[in-house]
Design a binder for this molecule. Structure first.
Ligand code: NAD
Length: 299
């Protein structure tokens, strides 16, 4: 058994914590003693407008439960906003232990009809915002503290696997996986662990908001987000998927493949089944692992 995971004296930032999954994460973390920066711009699901009441309401909920939180109304989608979110933690409590980078919008459009400005705004929030404008100053603060920390990036089944109409969203979400894999390596020595979570829950973003406690509610994802934000979680550089009480790890695998030093396009196509056969595969953890795998197969 694992003892109850507490976050006493720890400071956690949750972006997009004014509703849906982020709110559920923030409430659960606060209930376990964390001090929270509750960040939310408070706009619509397509990212238009802003409303300070989204973050303020969640701060009030945390305070009503006896917890400690500050609201941040900055947008994750600008470098200044990202820095201000991290500064909110450092200015108030002088430390940062974990970041859950969760804020998100949707502007679905089929690829042929994609409007580039719209696509860019989606990438700005999820990829540049979540992955760089907020996560980079957070990573730097954790490194400087000498205590390490945890960063949880929010990916999506749409990015990992594809979904009609979600070209920009999917590209941004899969881009975060590439970033996470590199931060795993760069943060290791400093004790910074970075993982990615693909949540599945009924929220306003999916057009089917449900209560936290509903069978498909955000509350069914919060436990794994909390586990991944805790210092006791040893995992670094992995992708998890969770929803409706289901908790799973997503892998990137390489098939054993087919070896032929004299291959041509024709012989490769003739042996396509062997190239693709997933009955034997390995799961490299970094680009460096590929050389080892290639050597072991090609000799
Ligand atoms: P949600 O709309 O309830 O929550 C997203 C929050 O992010 C909102 O409160 C919004 O105001 C905030 N936000 C948006 N743009 C912002 C910005 N620029 N700066 C600060 N805050 C901003 O939706 P959700 O479903 O809880 O989504 C949370 C995250 O989970 C998103 O990254 C989403 O892509 C991801 N996700 C959700 C699902 C799902 O099934 N709900 C599936 C896959 C991925």
């Amino acid at each position: 058994m694992v003892d109850k995971l507490r976050f006493d004296d720890e400071v956690v930032i949750v972006t997009g914590a004014g509703s849906g999954l982020g709110r559920a994460y923030a409430l659960e973390l606060a209930a376990r003693g964390a001090k929270l920066v509750v960040n939310d711009l408070g706009g619509s699901t397509d990212g238009k407008g802003s409303d300070a009441s989204a973050a303020s309401r969640v701060v009030a909920e945390i305070e009503a439960g006896g917890g400690e939180a500050v609201a941040s109304f900055d947008s994750v989608a600008t470098p200044a906003g990202g820095k201000a979110i991290v500064d909110a933690a450092i200015d108030k409590w002088g430390r940062l232990d974990a970041l859950i980078s969760n804020a998100g919008i949707l502007r679905d459009r089929s690829y042929a009809k994609l409007d580039l400005d719209e696509a860019r705004s989606v990438v700005d929030v999820h990829f540049w915002g979540g992955g760089f404008y907020v996560a980079q100053p957070a990573f730097a603060a954790m490194k400087e503290s000498g205590r390490g920390g945890r960063i949880l990036l929010t990916t999506s089944a749409s990015g990992l696997l594809g979904n009609f109409g979600q070209a920009s969203y999917g590209a941004a979400k899969m881009g975060l996986v590439g970033l996470m894999r590199t931060l795993r390596i760069e943060g290791e020595k400093a004790g910074i662990k970075v993982n990615a979570l693909a949540p599945i829950a009924g929220t306003r973003l999916t057009g089917a908001p449900v209560d936290d406690d509903a069978p498909k509610g955000p509350g069914k994802v919060a436990p794994i987000a909390v586990a991944l934000a805790h210092a006791q979680c040893p995992t670094n550089g992995e992708i998890y998927m969770a929803g409706a009480g289901w908790y799973s790890r997503v892998m990137i695998g390489v098939t054993e493949g087919w070896v032929s030093p004299d291959a041509t396009a024709e012989t490769i196509l003739a042996n396509w089944d062997k190239v693709s056969d997933a009955s034997t595969y390995s799961e490299p953890r970094s680009a460096g692992d590929i050389s080892t795998i290639m050597r072991s197969i090609t000799g």
